[in-house]
Design a protein. Sequence first.
Length: 480
Amino acid sequence: MEEFDLVVIGAGSGNALIGDGFAGRRVALVDEGVPFGGTCLNKGCIPSKMLAHTAHAAQAIRRAGDLGLAVAAPTVDWPAVRERVFSRLDPIAEAGEASRAASDSVTLVRGHARFTDPQTVVVELLAGGTRVLRSAAFVIATGARPVIPDIKGLDDPKLAGKVYTSDDIMRVERLPKSLAIMGGGVVACEFADIFAGLGVQVTVVQRSGRLLRRADEAVSEALTRELAQRMALRLNQDLVEVEASGRGVTLYTRDANDIEYTYSAEALLLAIGRRPNTDNLGAEAAGLALKPNGQLVVDACLRTSQPHIWALGDVDSPEPLKHVANHEARVVRANLEDPKHPAEAGGRPIPWALFTTPQVAAVGATEQALAAAGTPYAVGVQHYRDVAYGWALADSSEDHFAKVLADPATGRLLGAHVIGPEAALLLQPLVTAMTFGIDAQTAARGQYWPHPGLQEVVENALLKLELEAPKKKRHLFARR
């Protein structure tokens, strides 16, 4: 048995929390991921956005005629596309692992950790054998993994190499000519957009009547219309069975009226959600409380039901986002370094973004949530097509807009939703306003907005809010 002051389980954001403040402590980092470094770097946010950029460039070439340009249709060299991504990321993962392995202050243990009691884990090593680690404190940052649905035929060995998740779809050897995707959330939409942009015939099977159904309804409906122009959307259908067929997969679906449908594709991507990696953690042996969805129960300071065990990221957060995991890592680090002055993780509005064409980004409440709660609100909407830079983009879409929701009495923002080019960038001033309590009138008229910048979509949406509060000041710049 090896003794430590701190054991961190998970080398994504968990790796990032181990800093200079732990000098002099015996620290172990346990990770079973291959490559090393967590989901975001290797299987999630970063490689998918690198692929998305290539797909969006291909789409831009196809739309060049709208700008008066005659350009040949793009051809896709998939091995080169894939190499551009992973020749950049794999060396980072390798260097990160090598750095930790060579460290004098951190013991790197490559394998799967399982608690046997509240202060002990047994690690099944990737290289074979086990190590037993005992520690005064633990941080659980084991993340999440794709959900594999219980569908008839999915366990057929003949489907090997034809069914994928987000963990492996980006490293396929050959770009499929056709791809069926099960799901309609963020992951499903991004990969549908990526592969359609690369010229793959995409079919999306979604059990609800629209994509991205947790988003504001206006945004969800707009994205559904946009993507329906470039791929086949099979909405209000459940995937009930799959089977291998020649070089591909046959899908059998059923709608609410029990009408059955059949679709074929070379490959199938399962993208219906992710589950926290707690089911093989030994949570019961450690005395750790779990939520019904399998996540760890934590307090405001990210301490679990065991006072010496902390958690961060997808394994505990209701918002499974990398920027949330990074923030939680900073909170846990601060609490481990200075336990007498505990820091709390919550209290800030959390934005999210979807890197499809068009992009989607949002923060705060949806209009439907405010209406359901009986919360008074004002709405301001500005379309891209009605600002000067929208003209430059030749953007005439009804479905590209910024929508802001505010308290009509105070002008404080309650939510913001953007769909269209550069939505993730346009959202940030609204995140800033919500975070620091800047009312809509001050945000719109208390600063310069470069003209004719695309950010005027946001400015004008703020100005279109019909607020009850009288203007206390003109927000003109003071003369000196």
